[in-house]
Structures are given as C-alpha cells and as structure tokens.
Design a protein around this ligand. Structure first.
Ligand code: AMP
Ligand code: ZN
Length: 112
C-alpha cells in the first residue's frame, strides 16, 4: 500500500520542507490550522505511535530534538502545541506517524 508521507520523503510528492536530516523530515501541513503548522515525521515508515518499538525510541527522541531546533530557527518564543493523532478515535488520517506542531496563535483547551 502506498504512503503519502513516504512519497514525500522520497520526493515523489512535493512538499514545503522546513527541516531535514538523515532520519527526520519536517514539512508544512497543506491544511494549516494555525499561522505556523508543520508536521515532523521519521523517514522510516512507522504506522502510528502504537507501532513504535523500543528500537525506535532513539529515533523518536531525534524528532523532539528536531522540533526544538525548528522552533528556535522560527524564533517562536511564546510556546507551541505538539499533537499526535493515533488511530481512528484519535483522528489519525495518514498512517505514517507524525507530530503536528502548531504555533503563533493562542491554543484552546480541551481539543475537540
Ligand atoms: P492526521 O489527521 O493527524 O493523520 O494528520 C494528517 C495531516 O496531514 C493533515 O493535517 C493533512 O492536512 C496533512 N497532509 C495530508 N497530505 C499532505 C501533504 N501531501 N502535504 C502536507 N500535508 C499533508
Ligand atoms: Zn510511510
């Protein structure tokens, strides 16, 4: 089965990349829900948070390190939100683990 985010990693589908290293990619969400809205993914195909294995823990750590770098580069000083939608009730629509980063507006709580 095809995977949209693997296609983005392999440049088969265009995206607005904002960060890339050998393991991690970040690109703008096509349907932004905030003035800043990007997705951070591992290049490795992992279906969801529920499929993360112990051998992937270092990789997931690299995602959070990348988030810190990007937030610094974008000069975001007032905070941001990280969202991982997991599975059907979590609202996951793309089955390649990803973390949404939203910023530059005040977020509401609780989420819908
Ligand atoms: P989720 O609902 O958590 O699975 O989030 C999937 C996100 O991927 C949605 O916010 C979509 O707008 C976004 N998305 C889907 N296809 C693309 C694409 N080709 N480029 C960038 N973002 C995408
Ligand atoms: Zn994938």
């Amino acid at each position: 089965m095809g995977c949209v985010f693997c296609d983005i990693v392999n440049n088969k589908i265009k995206s607005e990349k904002i960060y890339e290293d050998e393991d991690v990619l970040a690109f703008k969400d096509v349907e932004p829900q905030a003035p800043v809205h990007f997705l951070v993914i591992p290049k490795k195909h992992i279906k969801s948070l529920n499929e993360v294995k112990e051998e992937d823990f270092k990789l997931i750590g690299k995602i959070f390190s990348a988030i810190q770098k990007i937030i610094k580069d974008l000069n975001i000083k007032k905070g941001f939100r990280v969202i991982n939608n997991c599975g059907e009730d979590g609202g996951q629509t793309v089955e390649h683990i990803h973390f949404h980063i939203l910023a530059k507006r005040k977020m509401s709580w609780p989420p819908g």
